[in-house]
Write a protein that binds this ligand. Structure first.
Ligand code: 4GY
Length: 257
């Protein structure tokens, strides 16, 4: 997969993709991140990319012309059609489902805004989709693009090793991840749930599923409402709920495993 990032801060975006799993995906040739700087397509001596907002008020807007020239060059350099995403708080919320869809595209372009944003006419003509990474405001689209590159990059075939790829399913089924523990078994801050030490893999799978369901119920009921739970999952969640409510009535008792 190839991702083209349109940004006034190319060094920053490139460095974001160089670490960890996604960096490895790049060195393995599974992912290619290329940056395009609108300044390189400005037509005046000052390399101007922004203009004052029509209608008045503070702040600047990214101009059409440098970006139109940039997209012309980008599309010409591409042998396949490019899906163009603009990152802004006005976009649809990014979800793991959307990440999975985007991860299958051969070509993706991410437009990073700065200042007050990009001239609306450029968006209307060059952008396929507007996405938001959350209901908060960043000072530019670069960090949101880095989020998308990371989420999409780790899904490329061969980016994760086996141990990691098994885990990734936990959000893909619409539930939150279960708790994780490592050494020591016994610590001043508590003990590891005994089931995880027993080597009964069916029991461990059941415990993890139950925890995932329970945590989603406690922390993200909105996600749970969107899940079609089978009978077994519903029974596990009921079990979690009963234990949770019982523990609340009898403080100090702790959850039973
Ligand atoms: N939230 N999700 C986000 C953002 C910054 C000015 C337009 C977000 O995706 N992007 O906050 N972006 C603004 C900065 C131009 C984008």
């Amino acid at each position: 997969m190839r991702i083209d990032v349109i940004t006034l801060f190319p060094d920053f975006v490139r460095q974001c993709g160089e670490v960890g799993v996604v960096g490895r995906a790049q060195t393995r040739g599974l992912l290619q991140v290329q940056t395009w700087n609108p300044r390189d397509y400005a037509s005046d001596n000052y390399r101007t990319v922004d203009g004052r907002t029509f209608g008045g008020g503070p702040g600047m807007v990214m101009m059409i012309e440098p970006l139109r020239a940039l997209f012309g060059a980008l599309r010409q350099a591409s042998d396949e059609p490019t899906h163009v995403v603009y990152l802004s708080p006005q976009g649809a919320r990014l979800t793991q489902d959307k990440v999975q869809t985007l991860a299958r595209l051969p070509r993706l372009a991410l437009l990073c805004g700065r200042y007050e944003g990009v001239d609306e006419r450029l968006l209307a003509h060059e952008v396929d989709e507007e996405l938001s990474v959350g209901d908060f405001v960043l000072s530019g689209g670069e960090l949101a693009a880095a989020v998308l590159i990371d989420a999409v990059g780790r899904l490329q075939d061969g980016a994760l090793n086996d141990a990691q790829s098994a885990q990734q399913d936990s959000f893909s089924d619409g539930l939150l991840d279960c708790p994780h523990y490592t050494r020591p078994e016994r610590d001043a801050w508590g003990v590891v749930p005994p089931v995880l030490l027993g080597g009964d893999h069916a029991a461990i799978r059941r415990w993890r599923r139950k925890q995932s369901l329970g945590r989603t119920w406690l922390r993200r009921p909105d996600l749970l409402a969107q899940c079609a739970l089978d009978d077994q999952s519903r029974a596990l969640l009921d079990e979690f709920r009963r234990e949770y409510l019982a523990a609340q009535q009898a403080p100090g008792a702790g959850p039973q495993d």
